[in-house]
Design a protein around this ligand. Sequence first.
Ligand code: NI
Length: 255
Amino acid sequence: MLFDSHAHLEDERFDDDRDELIRGLPGRGVTHVVNVGSTLDTSRMSVDLAAMYPGIYAAVGIHPHEVSQMTYDDLNRIEDLAGNPKVAAIGEIGLDYYDLSPRELQRQWFSEQIELACRLKLPVIIHNRDAHADVLDILKSKKDKILGGIMHCYSGSWEMAKNFLDLGFYISLGGPVTFKNARKPVEVAKNVPLDRLLIETDSPYLAPVPYRGKRNDPGLVRLVAEKIAEIRGMDFDRIAKITSANTKRIFGIDS
Ligand code: NI
């Protein structure tokens, strides 16, 4: 049994086969998925999907690309959605220094959404691109009240990963660990303590080899687990079991 800790099944690329795909996941060994919002709309869709399927859980939040026009009213809507019992986290939130939104606003709304997660006693799912130092600073400034969280599709170095592990965070690896030129994710896969490791697809993005460039889906999280098992010289079943237990622990899921 596998747990995909991060997918976007509300994406329009699943419009033609979403129901069939989701119903087929247990048959492909994937029993649980957290569907992650990036806007108000996709957060709402995540909650709706979670309500429809027992193995799907939701995260709600506004992605750093989307914060240019964000308001406190939007933050209240996120809080309303987070009241749903199948909402497992606030996310994805963070910083993305490809700069589709002004950095100052990114930092402001990242902080506000962490504060919300702290108030609601939910973990956070962090998106971080080229912003390690600022992400770390902001998380450190809140470390006494934060419930913990996940560095999603972690792409940084093992050195930097240690800083997030020190804060109690989990590291989630996805398709890039299977890429031919992968160096940093392989080093992280080798070293991260087993009780802090999660796996994900980030579907429909970042499909693992040999599907690189095609549409990704949560069934392919198996290839991520297989690759990590190979890197660590461990049984696939053990990686599947441990990452699934870790994901349930951080999200407070007991079924
Ligand atoms: Ni994502």
